[in-house]
Design a binder for this molecule. Sequence first.
Ligand SMILES: C[S@@+](CC[C@H](N)C(=O)[O-])C[C@H]1O[C@@H](n2cnc3c(N)ncnc32)[C@H](O)[C@@H]1O
Length: 219
Amino acid sequence: MISEQIVSKHRVNKHGEVFTNPREVNAMLDLVKSETERIDSRFLEPACGKGAFLLEILTRKLNVVAKRYKKSLIEYERYAVLAISSIYGIDILEDNVNDCRKSLSDLFQTKYRSSLKIKCSPECLQTVQFILSKNIIWGDALSLKYVNPHNKPIIFSEWSAVNGKMIKRRDFEFKEILDCSTNGLPFFSDEGEEVWLPESVKEFPVTHYLRLKDAEERA
Ligand SMILES: C[S@@+](CC[C@H](N)C(=O)[O-])C[C@H]1O[C@@H](n2cnc3c(N)ncnc32)[C@H](O)[C@@H]1O
């Protein structure tokens, strides 16, 4: 490590890897402050490095979850899982992806313990790690393909809360989602205009938030 922001000159030259410092991360996120504090607003960092932005976004979301729900374990857990499921990243370097997943998982556990005064349960931790394995992707944000499995199109999972403790998962090709920006149609409209509805490549049955991994294994 040459500094907090640079691991090596080789990585800067080859991958443009210079991490953003916390002051800049906070200043940039403050430009969309209300979205960073909305538990289910979705964020994608397409060259996420070790997760500088994603970690701060998760911190802000979990602070809101704690403020509203720390008196109830079940409520806290399901909203905290919803918060982590809304955070997405891609990086081309495997060590960054692993570090990013681990830091997000560690942060989730630290916040859980400080809010509920107990350790995160093994089932909840398994769900969090399963979601992170899907949401933080080892891939190339330019070719829109995974590095591993090589050359396969990147798939993002959408996790949506249904009736409290249940979650609906739908998988979409990253390319299909991005087509929205090239065809000019919005994702949603309050004024009845035509909108872009990407087609999912796979849908899973509505599942309890602690059983998301089992649902994939059964599919
Ligand atoms: C300038 S750093 C920023 C990292 C992080 N967003 C931050 O602000 O700290 C750029 C990151 O992009 C990654 N990267 C470079 N080319 C990429 C590509 N084609 N697809 C995905 N990630 C890429 C590098 O590995 C590096 O982690």
